[in-house]
Design a binder for this molecule. Sequence first.
Ligand code: AMP
Length: 179
Amino acid sequence: MGPAGSGKGTVATRILDHFDMRHLSCGDFIRAHIRDNTDMGRQARQFTQKGELVPDDLIAKIMTEEIKKRHNQNWLLDGFPRTEKQAALLDSLDPPDSVIDLDVPFSVIVDRLTKRWIHAPSGRVYNLDFSPPKQPGLDDVTGELLTQREDDKPEVIKQRLQGYHAWESKLADYYRSVI
Ligand code: AMP
């Protein structure tokens, strides 16, 4: 758990270097649906574009499918659950053994997100300050153009972080009480 830009993806990658787990990133699944222009992707896009959470029903469909595919495997969820309803869904599917809550000041996050560039087809992430690409604007592996996520624009970031405040303490409290 952690707000947008707290480093969920980066921390997940480091954990995967040491543990045999599958990385299930809810944001990556949503972006794949949007890229493939599926029904669910078309519905989700209007929310991600504005920096709002995608409705629970839609997230439930996406994540139930992904988690059921990996039943009895070790996985590391990234960006899910984000609401109490999603946490209840996860409990009914496969309750987590541990929860990591990333606590990063919002001023640091805003600075980080405006400097984040990605290689969309692979999901590789660069930061202009501390992990810049070897050649400006180009992916290190493929040499293809890097882009900025639609939801990494300053107005949208503000909206995403405000939304996070509204539910984060509730969900963190919930996990403190059950794990
Ligand atoms: P992320 O890559 O985790 O920063 O997620 C990008 C965007 O996808 C978020 O700003 C939300 O719009 C949407 N999203 C990702 N995970 C969830 C979730 N569990 N519930 C609702 N919306 C989500």
